[in-house]
Ligand binder design. Structure first.
Ligand code: LR7
Ligand code: MN
Length: 541
Protein backbone atom coordinates (compact mmCIF):
# COMPACT_ATOMS: atom_id res chain seq x y z
CA UNK A 1 0.00 0.00 0.00
CA UNK A 2 2.72 2.40 1.09
CA UNK A 3 4.84 1.50 -1.94
CA UNK A 4 1.96 2.23 -4.28
CA UNK A 5 1.48 5.60 -2.69
CA UNK A 6 5.20 6.40 -2.91
CA UNK A 7 5.17 5.45 -6.60
CA UNK A 8 2.18 7.62 -7.25
CA UNK A 9 3.85 10.59 -5.61
CA UNK A 10 7.01 10.02 -7.65
CA UNK A 11 5.01 9.87 -10.90
CA UNK A 12 3.12 13.01 -10.03
CA UNK A 13 6.35 14.84 -9.22
CA UNK A 14 7.90 13.87 -12.55
CA UNK A 15 4.73 14.92 -14.39
CA UNK A 16 4.75 18.23 -12.59
CA UNK A 17 8.38 18.92 -13.49
CA UNK A 18 7.77 17.97 -17.13
CA UNK A 19 4.69 20.15 -17.16
CA UNK A 20 6.61 23.13 -15.83
CA UNK A 21 9.32 22.68 -18.47
CA UNK A 22 6.70 22.39 -21.20
CA UNK A 23 5.02 25.54 -19.97
CA UNK A 24 8.29 27.50 -19.93
CA UNK A 25 9.18 26.18 -23.37
CA UNK A 26 5.78 27.21 -24.72
CA UNK A 27 6.26 30.66 -23.31
CA UNK A 28 9.55 31.04 -25.13
CA UNK A 29 8.21 30.12 -28.54
CA UNK A 30 8.28 33.16 -30.84
CA UNK A 31 4.51 33.36 -30.98
CA UNK A 32 3.78 33.50 -27.28
CA UNK A 33 6.62 35.80 -26.38
CA UNK A 34 5.41 38.12 -29.09
CA UNK A 35 2.00 38.08 -27.44
CA UNK A 36 3.37 38.99 -24.06
CA UNK A 37 5.78 41.54 -25.39
CA UNK A 38 3.37 43.34 -27.63
CA UNK A 39 0.69 43.80 -25.06
CA UNK A 40 3.43 44.96 -22.71
CA UNK A 41 4.55 47.44 -25.29
CA UNK A 42 1.03 48.80 -25.51
CA UNK A 43 0.33 49.18 -21.83
CA UNK A 44 3.79 50.32 -20.82
CA UNK A 45 4.94 53.57 -22.15
CA UNK A 46 5.56 52.93 -25.84
CA UNK A 47 4.52 56.31 -26.96
CA UNK A 48 2.48 55.94 -30.04
CA UNK A 49 4.81 58.36 -31.75
CA UNK A 50 7.23 55.58 -32.60
CA UNK A 51 6.99 53.42 -35.66
CA UNK A 52 5.17 50.66 -33.86
CA UNK A 53 6.73 47.38 -34.86
CA UNK A 54 4.55 45.45 -32.54
CA UNK A 55 5.47 42.18 -30.97
CA UNK A 56 9.21 42.51 -31.28
CA UNK A 57 9.89 44.57 -28.18
CA UNK A 58 11.30 42.16 -25.65
CA UNK A 59 9.83 43.68 -22.53
CA UNK A 60 8.92 41.37 -19.70
CA UNK A 61 6.38 42.32 -17.17
CA UNK A 62 4.09 41.15 -14.47
CA UNK A 63 0.70 40.84 -16.09
CA UNK A 64 -1.19 41.65 -12.92
CA UNK A 65 0.33 45.00 -12.06
CA UNK A 66 -0.74 46.91 -15.16
CA UNK A 67 -4.51 46.82 -14.84
CA UNK A 68 -4.33 48.37 -11.38
CA UNK A 69 -3.04 51.54 -12.97
CA UNK A 70 -5.72 51.38 -15.64
CA UNK A 71 -8.65 50.88 -13.32
CA UNK A 72 -8.56 54.11 -11.31
CA UNK A 73 -10.82 54.02 -8.27
CA UNK A 74 -12.77 51.02 -9.52
CA UNK A 75 -12.92 48.15 -7.01
CA UNK A 76 -12.91 45.03 -9.13
CA UNK A 77 -13.19 42.55 -6.29
CA UNK A 78 -16.18 44.31 -4.84
CA UNK A 79 -17.86 44.61 -8.26
CA UNK A 80 -17.55 40.92 -8.98
CA UNK A 81 -18.23 39.57 -5.53
CA UNK A 82 -21.47 41.49 -5.09
CA UNK A 83 -23.07 39.31 -7.71
CA UNK A 84 -22.08 35.70 -7.68
CA UNK A 85 -24.00 32.57 -8.52
CA UNK A 86 -25.86 31.22 -5.53
CA UNK A 87 -25.05 27.62 -4.60
CA UNK A 88 -27.46 25.28 -6.33
CA UNK A 89 -28.37 27.72 -9.11
CA UNK A 90 -28.04 26.60 -12.71
CA UNK A 91 -24.90 28.35 -14.01
CA UNK A 92 -26.36 28.50 -17.55
CA UNK A 93 -29.77 29.90 -16.70
CA UNK A 94 -29.25 33.64 -16.86
CA UNK A 95 -26.63 34.02 -19.57
CA UNK A 96 -26.78 30.83 -21.66
CA UNK A 97 -23.13 30.25 -20.80
CA UNK A 98 -21.46 28.83 -17.71
CA UNK A 99 -21.24 31.96 -15.58
CA UNK A 100 -19.57 30.05 -12.77
CA UNK A 101 -16.55 29.40 -14.99
CA UNK A 102 -16.52 33.00 -16.14
CA UNK A 103 -16.64 34.29 -12.57
CA UNK A 104 -13.83 31.95 -11.63
CA UNK A 105 -11.59 33.59 -14.24
CA UNK A 106 -12.22 37.03 -12.78
CA UNK A 107 -11.67 40.37 -14.48
CA UNK A 108 -8.82 39.37 -16.73
CA UNK A 109 -6.64 36.55 -17.87
CA UNK A 110 -3.85 35.82 -20.30
CA UNK A 111 -4.97 34.39 -23.63
CA UNK A 112 -2.96 32.83 -26.41
CA UNK A 113 -1.94 35.07 -29.28
CA UNK A 114 -3.79 33.22 -32.03
CA UNK A 115 -2.57 35.26 -35.01
CA UNK A 116 -0.40 33.95 -37.78
CA UNK A 117 3.19 34.47 -36.66
CA UNK A 118 3.80 36.88 -39.51
CA UNK A 119 1.31 39.31 -38.01
CA UNK A 120 3.71 40.02 -35.16
CA UNK A 121 6.14 41.74 -37.50
CA UNK A 122 3.55 43.92 -39.24
CA UNK A 123 4.04 47.62 -38.82
CA UNK A 124 1.45 50.34 -38.60
CA UNK A 125 1.51 54.11 -38.94
CA UNK A 126 2.99 55.94 -36.00
CA UNK A 127 0.05 58.29 -36.07
CA UNK A 128 -3.24 56.50 -36.07
CA UNK A 129 -6.56 58.14 -35.20
CA UNK A 130 -8.16 57.12 -31.92
CA UNK A 131 -11.47 55.30 -31.60
CA UNK A 132 -14.59 55.29 -29.45
CA UNK A 133 -15.41 51.76 -28.40
CA UNK A 134 -19.13 51.06 -28.20
CA UNK A 135 -20.41 48.14 -26.18
CA UNK A 136 -24.13 47.63 -25.79
CA UNK A 137 -25.51 45.07 -23.36
CA UNK A 138 -28.65 43.77 -21.75
CA UNK A 139 -28.17 41.86 -18.48
CA UNK A 140 -24.62 40.79 -19.31
CA UNK A 141 -22.74 38.85 -16.62
CA UNK A 142 -20.44 41.16 -14.68
CA UNK A 143 -17.35 39.03 -15.18
CA UNK A 144 -17.71 38.80 -18.99
CA UNK A 145 -18.52 42.50 -19.27
CA UNK A 146 -15.54 43.47 -17.13
CA UNK A 147 -13.20 41.20 -19.08
CA UNK A 148 -14.37 42.81 -22.30
CA UNK A 149 -13.56 46.27 -20.95
CA UNK A 150 -10.30 45.28 -19.31
CA UNK A 151 -9.05 43.35 -22.29
CA UNK A 152 -9.52 46.51 -24.36
CA UNK A 153 -7.57 48.59 -21.85
CA UNK A 154 -4.84 46.00 -21.50
CA UNK A 155 -4.34 45.09 -25.14
CA UNK A 156 -4.78 48.38 -26.98
CA UNK A 157 -2.27 51.17 -27.30
CA UNK A 158 -3.72 53.68 -24.81
CA UNK A 159 -3.49 56.52 -27.28
CA UNK A 160 -5.86 54.70 -29.65
CA UNK A 161 -8.66 54.32 -27.13
CA UNK A 162 -10.44 57.61 -26.80
CA UNK A 163 -13.24 56.19 -24.65
CA UNK A 164 -15.27 53.09 -23.98
CA UNK A 165 -18.99 53.80 -24.17
CA UNK A 166 -21.18 51.25 -22.44
CA UNK A 167 -24.83 51.33 -23.35
CA UNK A 168 -26.85 49.60 -20.71
CA UNK A 169 -29.95 48.50 -22.57
CA UNK A 170 -32.22 48.65 -19.55
CA UNK A 171 -30.59 45.82 -17.59
CA UNK A 172 -32.20 44.90 -14.27
CA UNK A 173 -29.30 46.25 -12.21
CA UNK A 174 -28.15 49.77 -13.20
CA UNK A 175 -24.98 49.28 -11.15
CA UNK A 176 -23.65 46.69 -13.60
CA UNK A 177 -22.88 49.65 -15.83
CA UNK A 178 -22.58 52.57 -13.42
CA UNK A 179 -19.84 51.04 -11.30
CA UNK A 180 -17.71 50.43 -14.38
CA UNK A 181 -17.78 54.15 -15.14
CA UNK A 182 -15.26 54.58 -12.30
CA UNK A 183 -12.69 53.11 -14.66
CA UNK A 184 -10.86 55.88 -16.53
CA UNK A 185 -12.13 56.32 -20.10
CA UNK A 186 -15.28 54.28 -19.41
CA UNK A 187 -18.64 56.03 -19.85
CA UNK A 188 -22.00 54.57 -19.07
CA UNK A 189 -25.27 55.44 -20.84
CA UNK A 190 -28.41 53.74 -19.65
CA UNK A 191 -31.56 53.37 -21.74
CA UNK A 192 -34.78 54.22 -19.92
CA UNK A 193 -36.47 51.36 -21.73
CA UNK A 194 -35.38 48.30 -23.62
CA UNK A 195 -34.33 49.37 -27.10
CA UNK A 196 -32.48 46.39 -28.51
CA UNK A 197 -28.94 46.38 -29.75
CA UNK A 198 -29.59 48.36 -32.93
CA UNK A 199 -30.96 51.56 -31.41
CA UNK A 200 -28.53 51.18 -28.50
CA UNK A 201 -25.56 51.19 -30.85
CA UNK A 202 -26.88 54.25 -32.62
CA UNK A 203 -27.16 55.98 -29.27
CA UNK A 204 -23.55 55.04 -28.55
CA UNK A 205 -22.40 56.26 -31.95
CA UNK A 206 -24.16 59.59 -31.45
CA UNK A 207 -22.39 60.04 -28.13
CA UNK A 208 -18.97 59.10 -29.48
CA UNK A 209 -16.28 61.75 -29.74
CA UNK A 210 -13.56 59.94 -31.71
CA UNK A 211 -13.52 59.89 -35.50
CA UNK A 212 -13.57 56.10 -35.66
CA UNK A 213 -16.17 53.79 -34.13
CA UNK A 214 -15.41 50.31 -32.83
CA UNK A 215 -18.28 48.02 -31.90
CA UNK A 216 -17.95 45.05 -29.57
CA UNK A 217 -20.33 42.57 -27.99
CA UNK A 218 -20.38 42.56 -24.20
CA UNK A 219 -18.72 39.12 -23.83
CA UNK A 220 -15.51 39.49 -25.79
CA UNK A 221 -11.81 39.39 -25.05
CA UNK A 222 -9.66 41.29 -27.49
CA UNK A 223 -6.34 39.76 -28.39
CA UNK A 224 -2.83 41.13 -28.94
CA UNK A 225 -2.64 44.10 -31.31
CA UNK A 226 -6.25 43.71 -32.30
CA UNK A 227 -6.88 47.38 -32.87
CA UNK A 228 -3.97 48.69 -34.96
CA UNK A 229 -4.66 46.65 -38.14
CA UNK A 230 -8.29 47.71 -38.18
CA UNK A 231 -7.65 51.40 -37.58
CA UNK A 232 -4.87 51.36 -40.16
CA UNK A 233 -7.17 49.98 -42.89
CA UNK A 234 -9.92 52.48 -42.10
CA UNK A 235 -7.44 55.34 -41.98
CA UNK A 236 -6.19 54.42 -45.46
CA UNK A 237 -9.70 54.31 -46.87
CA UNK A 238 -12.61 55.56 -44.81
CA UNK A 239 -15.16 53.54 -46.81
CA UNK A 240 -13.75 50.24 -45.57
CA UNK A 241 -15.64 48.55 -42.80
CA UNK A 242 -13.40 46.01 -41.12
CA UNK A 243 -13.74 43.24 -38.63
CA UNK A 244 -11.35 40.86 -36.89
CA UNK A 245 -11.25 37.09 -37.04
CA UNK A 246 -13.63 36.13 -34.28
CA UNK A 247 -12.10 33.50 -32.01
CA UNK A 248 -14.26 31.22 -29.94
CA UNK A 249 -14.58 31.41 -26.18
CA UNK A 250 -16.16 28.19 -24.99
CA UNK A 251 -19.52 28.73 -23.36
CA UNK A 252 -18.83 25.76 -21.08
CA UNK A 253 -15.28 26.17 -19.82
CA UNK A 254 -14.29 29.56 -21.28
CA UNK A 255 -11.30 28.10 -23.12
CA UNK A 256 -10.05 30.55 -25.73
CA UNK A 257 -9.90 28.78 -29.09
CA UNK A 258 -8.43 30.01 -32.36
CA UNK A 259 -10.92 30.27 -35.21
CA UNK A 260 -9.98 29.30 -38.76
CA UNK A 261 -8.38 32.06 -40.79
CA UNK A 262 -10.01 30.84 -44.01
CA UNK A 263 -13.56 31.90 -43.33
CA UNK A 264 -15.73 34.77 -44.42
CA UNK A 265 -19.32 35.76 -43.75
CA UNK A 266 -22.13 34.44 -45.93
CA UNK A 267 -25.84 33.73 -45.79
CA UNK A 268 -28.65 31.74 -47.32
CA UNK A 269 -31.87 33.08 -48.78
CA UNK A 270 -33.68 32.91 -45.47
CA UNK A 271 -31.14 35.53 -44.33
CA UNK A 272 -29.48 33.18 -41.97
CA UNK A 273 -25.83 34.14 -41.32
CA UNK A 274 -23.14 31.49 -41.72
CA UNK A 275 -19.39 31.23 -41.83
CA UNK A 276 -18.15 29.81 -45.10
CA UNK A 277 -14.87 28.91 -46.74
CA UNK A 278 -13.19 31.58 -48.83
CA UNK A 279 -13.79 30.59 -52.49
CA UNK A 280 -11.03 28.34 -53.72
CA UNK A 281 -9.71 30.74 -56.40
CA UNK A 282 -9.30 33.46 -53.78
CA UNK A 283 -7.65 31.02 -51.42
CA UNK A 284 -5.14 30.00 -54.08
CA UNK A 285 -4.36 33.63 -54.83
CA UNK A 286 -3.60 34.40 -51.19
CA UNK A 287 0.14 34.31 -50.91
CA UNK A 288 0.21 36.48 -47.82
CA UNK A 289 -1.77 35.24 -44.81
CA UNK A 290 -1.85 38.72 -43.33
CA UNK A 291 -3.88 40.09 -46.27
CA UNK A 292 -7.46 41.25 -45.69
CA UNK A 293 -10.29 38.90 -46.67
CA UNK A 294 -13.19 40.44 -48.59
CA UNK A 295 -16.46 39.35 -47.06
CA UNK A 296 -20.03 39.60 -48.44
CA UNK A 297 -21.43 40.19 -44.94
CA UNK A 298 -20.10 40.68 -41.45
CA UNK A 299 -21.23 38.72 -38.41
CA UNK A 300 -22.38 42.02 -37.04
CA UNK A 301 -21.12 42.52 -33.53
CA UNK A 302 -17.45 43.33 -33.89
CA UNK A 303 -16.30 45.88 -36.43
CA UNK A 304 -14.57 49.18 -36.97
CA UNK A 305 -16.02 51.94 -39.13
CA UNK A 306 -15.24 55.57 -39.77
CA UNK A 307 -17.74 57.68 -37.84
CA UNK A 308 -18.56 60.12 -40.64
CA UNK A 309 -19.01 57.19 -43.03
CA UNK A 310 -21.29 55.44 -40.53
CA UNK A 311 -23.39 58.59 -40.27
CA UNK A 312 -23.38 59.36 -43.97
CA UNK A 313 -24.52 55.84 -44.81
CA UNK A 314 -27.47 56.16 -42.47
CA UNK A 315 -26.15 54.55 -39.24
CA UNK A 316 -28.59 51.67 -38.77
CA UNK A 317 -32.25 51.08 -39.52
CA UNK A 318 -33.54 52.15 -36.12
CA UNK A 319 -36.93 50.58 -36.72
CA UNK A 320 -35.31 47.20 -36.25
CA UNK A 321 -35.88 45.79 -32.78
CA UNK A 322 -33.86 43.87 -30.18
CA UNK A 323 -31.58 41.59 -32.22
CA UNK A 324 -30.96 40.31 -35.72
CA UNK A 325 -30.92 41.39 -39.35
CA UNK A 326 -28.98 44.62 -38.86
CA UNK A 327 -25.78 42.93 -40.01
CA UNK A 328 -27.33 42.17 -43.43
CA UNK A 329 -28.80 45.62 -43.73
CA UNK A 330 -25.45 47.22 -42.92
CA UNK A 331 -23.49 44.85 -45.14
CA UNK A 332 -25.72 45.31 -48.21
CA UNK A 333 -25.71 49.05 -47.65
CA UNK A 334 -21.94 49.32 -47.29
CA UNK A 335 -21.25 47.33 -50.46
CA UNK A 336 -24.04 48.76 -52.56
CA UNK A 337 -23.41 52.37 -51.57
CA UNK A 338 -19.72 52.54 -52.33
CA UNK A 339 -17.87 50.90 -49.46
CA UNK A 340 -16.38 47.49 -48.75
CA UNK A 341 -16.26 44.90 -45.99
CA UNK A 342 -13.23 42.94 -44.94
CA UNK A 343 -11.93 40.61 -42.27
CA UNK A 344 -8.40 41.31 -41.06
CA UNK A 345 -6.54 38.13 -40.11
CA UNK A 346 -4.03 40.03 -37.97
CA UNK A 347 -6.77 41.21 -35.69
CA UNK A 348 -8.32 38.66 -33.36
CA UNK A 349 -11.13 39.06 -30.87
CA UNK A 350 -12.63 36.25 -28.79
CA UNK A 351 -16.40 36.01 -28.39
CA UNK A 352 -18.60 33.71 -26.32
CA UNK A 353 -20.83 32.02 -28.91
CA UNK A 354 -24.13 30.86 -27.42
CA UNK A 355 -26.81 28.42 -28.45
CA UNK A 356 -29.79 30.44 -27.32
CA UNK A 357 -30.72 33.99 -26.38
CA UNK A 358 -30.58 34.47 -22.62
CA UNK A 359 -32.93 37.46 -22.81
CA UNK A 360 -36.56 37.90 -23.79
CA UNK A 361 -37.91 39.42 -26.99
CA UNK A 362 -40.98 41.50 -26.12
CA UNK A 363 -42.58 40.60 -29.48
CA UNK A 364 -41.17 37.10 -29.67
CA UNK A 365 -37.92 35.93 -31.16
CA UNK A 366 -39.26 34.67 -34.50
CA UNK A 367 -41.44 37.69 -35.23
CA UNK A 368 -38.63 40.08 -34.41
CA UNK A 369 -36.18 38.30 -36.68
CA UNK A 370 -38.73 38.25 -39.48
CA UNK A 371 -39.53 41.91 -39.03
CA UNK A 372 -35.87 42.93 -39.11
CA UNK A 373 -34.82 40.71 -42.01
CA UNK A 374 -37.95 41.59 -43.95
CA UNK A 375 -37.03 45.26 -43.64
CA UNK A 376 -33.54 44.48 -44.93
CA UNK A 377 -34.97 42.44 -47.84
CA UNK A 378 -37.61 45.01 -48.77
CA UNK A 379 -35.21 47.93 -48.82
CA UNK A 380 -32.13 46.33 -50.33
CA UNK A 381 -32.82 43.12 -52.21
CA UNK A 382 -34.90 44.35 -55.15
CA UNK A 383 -36.36 41.48 -57.21
CA UNK A 384 -34.16 39.01 -55.28
CA UNK A 385 -36.39 39.42 -52.26
CA UNK A 386 -38.65 36.79 -53.82
CA UNK A 387 -36.07 34.16 -52.84
CA UNK A 388 -36.14 35.42 -49.29
CA UNK A 389 -39.93 34.98 -49.23
CA UNK A 390 -39.69 31.56 -50.81
CA UNK A 391 -37.20 30.47 -48.18
CA UNK A 392 -39.24 32.04 -45.39
CA UNK A 393 -42.89 31.78 -46.42
CA UNK A 394 -43.97 32.74 -42.92
CA UNK A 395 -42.51 36.23 -43.47
CA UNK A 396 -45.29 37.05 -45.90
CA UNK A 397 -48.00 39.12 -44.37
CA UNK A 398 -46.04 39.88 -41.19
CA UNK A 399 -45.88 43.49 -40.05
CA UNK A 400 -42.61 45.25 -40.68
CA UNK A 401 -43.41 48.94 -40.39
CA UNK A 402 -42.71 51.78 -42.77
CA UNK A 403 -39.57 51.63 -44.89
CA UNK A 404 -40.09 54.99 -46.61
CA UNK A 405 -37.10 56.63 -44.91
CA UNK A 406 -34.74 53.79 -45.75
CA UNK A 407 -35.86 53.63 -49.35
CA UNK A 408 -35.30 57.38 -49.60
CA UNK A 409 -31.86 56.96 -48.05
CA UNK A 410 -30.95 54.36 -50.64
CA UNK A 411 -32.05 56.68 -53.39
CA UNK A 412 -30.25 59.68 -51.93
CA UNK A 413 -27.02 57.72 -51.64
CA UNK A 414 -27.47 56.53 -55.20
CA UNK A 415 -26.70 52.95 -54.24
CA UNK A 416 -26.18 50.17 -56.76
CA UNK A 417 -28.83 47.50 -57.36
CA UNK A 418 -28.79 44.17 -55.53
CA UNK A 419 -28.01 42.52 -58.85
CA UNK A 420 -24.66 44.32 -58.79
CA UNK A 421 -24.03 42.93 -55.30
CA UNK A 422 -24.90 39.44 -56.50
CA UNK A 423 -22.63 39.69 -59.50
CA UNK A 424 -19.66 41.42 -57.92
CA UNK A 425 -19.67 40.69 -54.23
CA UNK A 426 -21.43 37.37 -53.72
CA UNK A 427 -21.57 35.44 -57.02
CA UNK A 428 -21.24 32.22 -55.01
CA UNK A 429 -24.77 32.67 -53.67
CA UNK A 430 -26.83 30.58 -56.07
CA UNK A 431 -30.23 31.75 -57.16
CA UNK A 432 -32.64 28.89 -56.50
CA UNK A 433 -34.08 27.02 -59.45
CA UNK A 434 -37.67 28.09 -59.96
CA UNK A 435 -38.87 24.50 -59.52
CA UNK A 436 -37.06 24.02 -56.27
CA UNK A 437 -38.95 26.80 -54.58
CA UNK A 438 -42.38 25.93 -55.92
CA UNK A 439 -44.98 24.96 -53.44
CA UNK A 440 -48.56 23.98 -54.06
CA UNK A 441 -51.62 24.48 -51.95
CA UNK A 442 -52.64 21.28 -50.25
CA UNK A 443 -55.80 20.17 -48.52
CA UNK A 444 -55.68 16.81 -46.84
CA UNK A 445 -53.97 14.52 -49.33
CA UNK A 446 -55.02 16.52 -52.37
CA UNK A 447 -53.61 19.55 -54.13
CA UNK A 448 -55.15 22.59 -55.75
CA UNK A 449 -55.07 22.45 -59.54
CA UNK A 450 -56.37 24.38 -62.47
CA UNK A 451 -58.98 22.77 -64.73
CA UNK A 452 -59.47 24.91 -67.74
CA UNK A 453 -60.77 28.10 -66.27
CA UNK A 454 -61.89 26.71 -62.94
CA UNK A 455 -60.07 25.27 -59.94
CA UNK A 456 -60.31 21.81 -58.45
CA UNK A 457 -58.60 19.36 -56.18
CA UNK A 458 -56.40 16.67 -57.62
CA UNK A 459 -53.73 14.21 -56.75
CA UNK A 460 -50.50 15.87 -55.55
CA UNK A 461 -47.71 15.25 -58.03
CA UNK A 462 -44.07 16.03 -57.47
CA UNK A 463 -42.17 17.98 -60.06
CA UNK A 464 -40.23 15.56 -62.16
CA UNK A 465 -39.80 15.20 -65.87
CA UNK A 466 -43.42 16.15 -66.37
CA UNK A 467 -44.12 19.30 -64.50
CA UNK A 468 -47.74 19.67 -63.51
CA UNK A 469 -48.31 23.15 -64.82
CA UNK A 470 -51.79 22.97 -63.54
CA UNK A 471 -50.92 22.71 -59.87
CA UNK A 472 -51.48 25.97 -58.12
CA UNK A 473 -48.92 27.21 -55.66
CA UNK A 474 -48.76 29.47 -52.68
CA UNK A 475 -45.44 30.70 -53.90
CA UNK A 476 -44.14 29.82 -57.28
CA UNK A 477 -41.16 31.88 -58.24
CA UNK A 478 -42.23 35.40 -57.53
CA UNK A 479 -45.92 34.77 -57.91
CA UNK A 480 -47.98 34.90 -54.79
CA UNK A 481 -51.05 32.83 -54.07
CA UNK A 482 -53.22 35.80 -54.81
CA UNK A 483 -51.65 36.31 -58.21
CA UNK A 484 -52.00 32.66 -59.13
CA UNK A 485 -55.56 32.34 -58.03
CA UNK A 486 -56.36 35.48 -59.93
CA UNK A 487 -54.81 34.19 -63.09
CA UNK A 488 -56.28 30.70 -62.83
CA UNK A 489 -59.58 31.29 -61.28
CA UNK A 490 -61.20 34.54 -61.77
CA UNK A 491 -60.49 37.43 -64.06
CA UNK A 492 -58.80 40.50 -62.57
CA UNK A 493 -59.26 42.67 -60.58
CA UNK A 494 -60.28 39.87 -58.22
CA UNK A 495 -57.80 39.35 -55.42
CA UNK A 496 -57.26 36.64 -52.83
CA UNK A 497 -55.63 36.98 -49.46
CA UNK A 498 -54.35 34.19 -47.18
CA UNK A 499 -55.78 34.59 -43.66
CA UNK A 500 -54.45 31.92 -41.37
CA UNK A 501 -55.36 28.72 -43.16
CA UNK A 502 -58.20 30.15 -45.26
CA UNK A 503 -57.99 32.04 -48.54
CA UNK A 504 -60.30 35.00 -48.66
CA UNK A 505 -61.68 36.51 -51.84
CA UNK A 506 -61.14 40.22 -51.17
CA UNK A 507 -64.09 41.67 -53.06
CA UNK A 508 -66.78 39.33 -51.72
CA UNK A 509 -65.12 38.56 -48.39
CA UNK A 510 -65.92 34.87 -49.03
CA UNK A 511 -63.47 32.00 -48.75
CA UNK A 512 -62.21 29.33 -51.10
CA UNK A 513 -64.01 26.08 -50.34
CA UNK A 514 -63.64 22.61 -51.85
CA UNK A 515 -67.11 21.55 -50.62
CA UNK A 516 -66.97 18.08 -52.10
CA UNK A 517 -63.51 16.56 -52.45
CA UNK A 518 -63.55 16.01 -56.20
CA UNK A 519 -66.03 18.66 -57.27
CA UNK A 520 -65.14 22.14 -58.52
CA UNK A 521 -64.11 24.78 -56.05
CA UNK A 522 -66.53 27.43 -54.88
CA UNK A 523 -66.58 30.40 -52.56
CA UNK A 524 -68.53 30.26 -49.30
CA UNK A 525 -68.78 32.32 -46.12
CA UNK A 526 -65.47 31.96 -44.26
CA UNK A 527 -65.32 29.25 -41.64
CA UNK A 528 -61.65 28.78 -40.70
CA UNK A 529 -62.33 25.64 -38.65
CA UNK A 530 -63.82 23.78 -41.59
CA UNK A 531 -61.53 21.33 -43.36
CA UNK A 532 -62.83 22.15 -46.83
CA UNK A 533 -61.63 25.75 -46.38
CA UNK A 534 -58.27 24.91 -44.90
CA UNK A 535 -55.22 25.21 -47.16
CA UNK A 536 -51.57 24.78 -46.52
CA UNK A 537 -48.56 25.35 -48.74
CA UNK A 538 -46.50 22.30 -49.50
CA UNK A 539 -43.03 22.48 -50.99
CA UNK A 540 -42.61 20.07 -53.88
CA UNK A 541 -39.29 19.16 -55.38
O1 LR7 B 1 -31.98 43.73 -26.49
C1 LR7 B 1 -30.77 43.57 -26.56
N1 LR7 B 1 -29.94 44.58 -26.19
C2 LR7 B 1 -28.59 44.48 -26.23
O2 LR7 B 1 -27.88 45.42 -25.89
C3 LR7 B 1 -30.19 42.36 -27.03
C4 LR7 B 1 -28.81 42.25 -27.07
N2 LR7 B 1 -28.02 43.29 -26.64
C5 LR7 B 1 -26.57 43.17 -26.67
C6 LR7 B 1 -26.02 41.92 -26.03
O3 LR7 B 1 -25.84 42.08 -24.64
C7 LR7 B 1 -24.71 41.73 -26.78
O4 LR7 B 1 -23.67 42.48 -26.23
O5 LR7 B 1 -26.18 43.08 -28.02
C8 LR7 B 1 -25.04 42.28 -28.15
C9 LR7 B 1 -25.29 41.17 -29.17
O6 LR7 B 1 -26.20 40.24 -28.67
P1 LR7 B 1 -25.85 38.68 -28.57
O7 LR7 B 1 -24.50 38.52 -28.00
O8 LR7 B 1 -26.96 38.01 -27.88
O9 LR7 B 1 -25.83 38.33 -30.09
P2 LR7 B 1 -24.97 37.22 -30.92
O10 LR7 B 1 -23.57 37.26 -30.52
O11 LR7 B 1 -25.69 35.97 -30.86
O12 LR7 B 1 -25.23 37.83 -32.36
C10 LR7 B 1 -24.55 38.33 -33.49
O13 LR7 B 1 -25.59 38.79 -34.35
C11 LR7 B 1 -26.34 39.86 -33.84
C12 LR7 B 1 -27.42 40.15 -34.83
O14 LR7 B 1 -28.22 41.15 -34.41
C13 LR7 B 1 -25.48 41.06 -33.55
O15 LR7 B 1 -24.97 41.63 -34.73
C14 LR7 B 1 -24.35 40.63 -32.63
O16 LR7 B 1 -23.52 41.72 -32.35
C15 LR7 B 1 -23.61 39.51 -33.28
N3 LR7 B 1 -22.43 39.07 -32.58
C16 LR7 B 1 -21.26 38.93 -33.28
O17 LR7 B 1 -21.12 39.29 -34.42
C17 LR7 B 1 -20.14 38.29 -32.57
C18 LR7 B 1 -19.74 37.08 -33.35
C19 LR7 B 1 -20.87 36.10 -33.39
C20 LR7 B 1 -21.19 35.56 -34.69
C21 LR7 B 1 -21.52 35.05 -35.72
MN1 MN C 1 -22.62 37.91 -28.70
Amino acid sequence: MRRIRANAIAILTVAWILGTFYYLWQDNKPQSSAAAASSASQTRGRSHGQKAVSGRLEIHRDDRTIPLILLGSFDEKDYLSRKLLKPGDDPYRDHAFNVQESDRLGGERAIRDTRHYRCASMSYDAELPSTSIIITFHNEARSTLLRTVKSVLMRSPPSLVQEIILIDDFSSDPEDCQLLAQIPKVRCLRNVRREGLIRSRVRGANAASASILTFLDSHCEVNTDWLQPMIQRVKEDHTRVVSPIIDVISLDNFAYLAASADLRGGFDWSLHFKWEQIPIEQKMARSDPTQPIRTPVIAGGIFVMDRSWFNRLGQYDTRMDIWGGENFELSFRVWMCGGSLEILPCSRVGHVFRKRHPYDFPEGNALTYIKNTRRAAEVWMDEYKQYYYSARPSAQGKVYGSITDRVALRKRLNCKPFRWYMENVYPELRVPEQEAVTSVLRQGGLCLEARGDSLGLGECRGIGATRPHSQVGATSGNQSTAALLTSFCCPPPQKWKPKGSVLQHLVSGLCLDSQTPMGPLVINPCRPQVASQSWEPQIIT
